[in-house]
Design a protein around this ligand. Structure first.
Ligand code: MG
Ligand code: MG
Length: 276
């Protein structure tokens, strides 16, 4: 695979990606702490923005042409790119929050899904929580594979294998992960499923946003009339988890996890190494 410019960052550049990763993580922590039935997605957006600014960054989603918010908030049948607004989060909702920060010209990008309790519908909540858990675990399988992979597209194999081992889930193919650095979306593409190509070599300097998007039904999507929100054709619920991950000379480091990914990678026997 040939790219216009090098996809590999220098050690000094990798060090600059730590702070925007932590600012992004802080914004998702702020959303998590405030997410209860009754809040609006715009309130969550404001909290995320405050957290990023407090960490010394700026919301990088606002740099996307025509987008004016800090987060994307995608609820139930919405997979990604939902626009925050007056929508009130309801019991039993599955809410996917995608956030990103830019700091000193470098970007972070991360997403988590949350399922709100609903005592009246325990089966729906359990089904959605499992969907979110499978998606999150598929992300950690992908990150763990990145730690040992020769080529990037091994990540997608690990993500897909885990999801399909857990039940009848749909994996989105309309949207994928990406390289990240001075721009939020860079080469190379990061697939969440098997592809024929091997992808670029995994070696120090590679930084990628891995972001599986998984649905309870069919993975076909459409874009709603707002021009942004991606939703499932069949109305089935969706989950989205994402981390920005750096490969460096001493190992890997999950830039958008406060612990560098230590907790998520522990079950795989992998210890992330801070970027020196
Ligand atoms: Mg994202
Ligand atoms: Mg992304």
């Amino acid at each position: 695979m040939v790219f216009k410019r090098s996809i590999y960052k220098s050690p000094a550049q990798l060090r600059l990606m730590v702070a925007p990763g932590l600012a992004t993580a802080a914004s998702l922590d702020a959303v998590r702490d405030a997410l209860v039935a009754g809040v609006t997605t715009l309130q969550l957006d404001e909290l995320a923005e405050q957290a990023i600014i407090a960490a010394g960054g700026m919301p990088n989603f606002k740099l996307e042409h025509g987008y004016h918010h800090t987060i994307c908030s995608s609820v139930n049948d919405e997979v990604v790119h939902g626009i925050p607004g007056s929508r009130i989060v309801q019991p039993g909702d599955i809410v996917s929050i995608d956030s990103g920060a830019i700091l000193d010209g470098w970007n972070g990008d991360s997403a988590r899904s949350f399922v709100l309790p609903d005592p009246a519908r325990p089966e729906l909540v359990a089904e959605r929580q499992k969907l979110s858990d499978v998606t999150e675990q598929s992300l950690w399988h992908g990150i763990a594979r990145l730690a040992t992979a020769k080529h990037l597209n091994e990540v997608g194999e690990a993500v897909e294998d885990h999801i399909l081992s857990q039940g009848e889930y749909g994996i989105l193919t309309d949207y994928i992960g990406h390289g990240i650095g001075r721009r939020m979306h860079e080469e190379p593409p990061v697939f969440n499923y098997r592809v024929r190509a091997k992808g670029p070599e995994v070696k120090p300097g590679l930084v990628v946003a891995i972001e599986p998007m998984v649905v309870l039904g069919d993975p076909e999507t459409y874009v709603k009339d707002d021009g942004w929100t991606v939703a499932t054709e069949d109305g089935s619920a969706a989950a989205h988890w994402e981390h920005s991950v750096a490969v460096h000379k001493d190992g890997i480091w999950v830039l958008t996890a406060a612990d560098g990914g230590a907790a998520g990678l522990a079950p795989f026997g992998i210890t992330p190494t801070p970027i020196a």
